[in-house]
Design a protein around this ligand. Structure first.
Ligand code: IP8
Length: 261
């Protein structure tokens, strides 16, 4: 069995400063993953590598004009730059990490998954290597290209590999009833049911405003839990929570029990 872990872009990078890594946090998380001694597939977000140029060139609209070709290439280069730094940190911590860029193994159609080849992940895991993939720009069969988020990768990998657990490492204490940065009454949801999660995704408009797209994340978490897989959401800025989530020991955060629907 294997555990899927997503390192959020706002944890490992400074979202406000282009191409800035939060190295201390990243290196600590790499060590926590190594110390857990679990078989893992690692996904990471793009943070300030990628999001800024993807927005600048409106890549989410798909191919509309030639200028975007430069934006596509630049964004891909930028997320690979971050990916290389993540690999370096993981390898230093003792994890045999290898890169699998989504641009080379999946396609979307109107932003939805249309082709996914998990065989590279399977082969790498068999060899005892640790696959690392990331939010990327990809080919879209309808739109020319579009953006594949790390959260979408978590759903695709969950469906393919049925991991023991999916762990989302974010920059908040867990999933809240509303955006805690904007609403004082927001409550941390410790053990929400799928129905409660759905309410968060549909009722709380303020959550949609934050860059980082908590709404999309809640949607991905619900999809994974609906496959019967437990999902843990923990704060990566707090020491040991990622380690504890990986080994399945109680820690502060949100735990969504997987339910077969
Ligand atoms: O940070 C976005 O991935 P995310 C990828 O996981 C790009 O949402 C290219 C902006």
């Amino acid at each position: 069995m294997m555990i899927l872990v997503k390192l959020g872009g706002s944890v490992i990078t400074d979202k406000n400063k282009q191409n800035t890594v939060r190295r201390r946090v990243l290196n600590r998380l790499s060590k926590e993953i190594e110390e857990a001694e679990k078989r893992v597939i690692i996904v990471h977000g793009a943070g300030s590598f990628g999001h800024i140029s993807a927005e600048h060139y409106a890549l989410n609209k798909g191919y509309v004009d030639g200028e975007q070709k430069k934006g596509f290439a630049l964004t891909h280069q930028s997320v690979r730059l971050l990916n290389n730094i993540v690999l370096e940190s993981l390898i230093k911590a003792g994890i045999p990490a290898i890169s699998l860029p989504p641009l080379s193994f999946l396609r979307l159609k109107n932003k939805k998954l249309s082709y996914f080849d998990g065989s590279w992940f399977k082969d790498a895991l068999k060899l005892g290597l640790t696959p690392v993939t990331f939010g990327d720009v990809v080919i879209d069969r309808k739109m020319g290209f579009s953006i594949c988020s790390g959260d979408l990768l978590m759903v695709a990998l969950s469906a393919e590999f049925k991991p023991e657990r999916a762990v989302f490492v974010i920059d908040e204490e867990g999933v809240y009833s509303a955006n805690p940065k904007l609403e004082k009454t927001a409550k941390l949801l410790k053990n929400p049911s799928l129905d409660e999660l759905k309410q968060v995704a549909t009722s709380s408009n303020s959550y949609a405003d934050v860059t980082g797209g908590m709404m999309g994340k809640v949607d991905s978490i619900s999809n994974i839990a609906a496959m019967g897989i437990d999902v843990w959401v923990v704060n990566g800025n707090k020491r040991d929570r990622t380690y504890r989530a990986l080994i399945g020991k109680k820690t502060k955060g949100t735990i969504v029990k997987g339910v077969k629907t």
